[in-house]
Write a protein that binds this ligand. Structure first.
Ligand code: S3P
Length: 435
């Protein structure tokens, strides 16, 4: 599917956005381990989270889809997962594969995790190596660096591990393995990676503790309590609509029910540093997570520098930050973001390659990029490379180009933001879809 985006002059309205991808994955996985029936509302029915549901079903977890966004999950308990008859397909989802690797390492059975051609190129050594230190038996291509991963569950023991990169996926995999370990698992974080696992497992009664940048988990003495929660809206999806509202002249956009966990709000800090005012209204709690309504208006932006912990707190938003930077006065510089190179695509290379087709001035570094602005973007055809966040960032760029922008292979937006096109239309964007 190709998405044709027309330039916009005035975006106005109120939208809700789908549930948070990271929280949806965790809600489904952890509910499966609980004793009793969990209710999860506003579950993200995107490709990545649906992959998690498929894997859990393969492990014998009964999941009823009351609607695409409402799940009833019959928890099988910490020791109730069953050996899968076939391979477990994580499709495009790195979160599914890495978290499940941690969970499966301590199960008394054999399992195989695989995924799309995109996923089997992404680094898995970062979870395999520390899990092996705990005693896990995991095999993969290139000595365990790449999927498919074959896991023979085995007894796990104590681990004290300093993460080489700030990664919530690796942290979460180790914390999950810790639930099946004979000793304490201690994870030391170099930066503030998202903490949804810690919050949710602790709320379910698991012995997961956070002391500054050190997180521990161990074998629970009692069953995990089931969940009854609504997943907050995904701030990583909201980022595209915030960017749209900031860039299109005479705009005012309200996004209702957005998760504003401080480990995720780097984008709000970046927008503020670029001169934008994002108002957070109706601050409340949902499912143990802070939630707010976000309001933005069109703003003339200026450049900023992004590095260090801020990168960790905004890692998935950096493609759309690059688009914002094309319209901001000055040179916006992103550093310390080498992790972008191992996302769904090498997002430093693909963002630079595609934004240049629109006339952007962007320089690549090994660990980031610099963008000169403002420039008038031009009408062109661009390619998503099968990367949902790149597709949506390019669509936002189309709102301020001199003519229509065609985003090729845009069906991947539904990996994280099903309904993205409709949300843009509600705000007044003129767009076309071609098969
Ligand atoms: C995620 C963590 C981040 C993020 C990804 C989702 C998660 O990846 O980029 O989209 O749900 O834990 P890393 O943990 O690899 O940094």
């Amino acid at each position: 599917m190709n998405l044709l985006i027309h330039p916009a002059t005035e975006l106005y309205g109120t939208v809700t956005i789908p549930g948070d991808k990271s929280i949806s994955h965790r809600a489904a996985m952890f509910a499966a381990l609980a004793e009793g029936r969990s209710h999860v509302r506003n579950f993200l029915p995107g490709g990545d989270c649906r992959a998690t549901l498929g894997v859990l079903r393969g492990l014998g977890v009964p999941i009823e889809e009351v609607s695409p966004t409402e799940l009833v999950i019959e928890g099988v308990g910490l020791h109730g997962l069953q050996e899968p008859a076939g391979v477990l397909d994580c499709v495009n989802s790195g979160t599914t594969m890495r978290l499940m690797a941690g969970l499966l390492a301590g199960q008394p059975f054999f399992s195989v995790l695989t995924g799309s051609s995109q996923l089997v190129k992404r680094p898995m050594g970062r979870v395999v190596e520390p899990l092996r230190r705990m005693g896990a038996q995991i095999w993969g291509r290139q000595g365990g660096k790449l999927a498919p991963l074959a896991i023979q569950g085995s007894p796990l023991h104590h681990l004290d591990y300093a993460l080489p990169v700030a990664s919530a996926q690796v942290k979460s995999a180790l914390l999950l393995a810790g639930l099946y370990s004979n000793g304490l698992v201690v994870v030391r974080e170099p930066g503030p990676a998202r903490d949804h696992t810690e919050r949710m497992l602790a709320a379910m009664g698991a012995p997961v503790q956070v002391l500054g940048s050190v997180v521990t988990s161990e074998r629970p003495r009692r069953p995990l309590a089931p969940l009854d929660m609504a997943v907050p809206g995904d701030i990583s999806s909201a980022a595209f609509l915030l960017a749209a509202g900031l860039l299109a002249p005479r705009s005012r956009v309200t996004i209702v029910g957005v998760g504003v966990n401080p480990t995720r709000t780097g984008i709000l800090d970046i927008l503020q540093a670029m001169g934008a005012q994002v108002q957070a209204q109706n601050l409340r709690q949902e499912g143990g997570e802070p939630v707010a309504d976000l309001v933005v208006e069109h703003t003339e932006l200026h450049a900023t520098e992004i590095c260090g912990d801020l990168v960790v707190r905004a890692i998935d938003e950096l493609p759309v930050v690059a688009v914002l930077a094309t319209q901001a006065r000055g040179r916006t510089v992103v550093r310390d973001a080498a992790e972008l190179r191992v996302k769904e695509t090498d997002r430093i290379a693909t963002v630079a390659q595609e934004l240049r087709k629109l006339g952007a001035q962007i320089e690549e570094f090994p660990d980031g990029f610099a963008v000169e602005g403002p420039v008038q973007l031009r009408s062109a055809a661009v390619w998503s490379h099968g990367d949902h966040r790149l597709a949506m960032a390019l669509a936002v760029a189309g709102l301020v180009a001199s003519g229509p922008v065609l985003v090729e292979e845009a069906e991947c937006v539904s990996d994280s933001f099903p309904g993205f096109e409709q949300s843009l239309q509600v705000l007044g964007v003129e767009l076309g879809l071609e098969e």
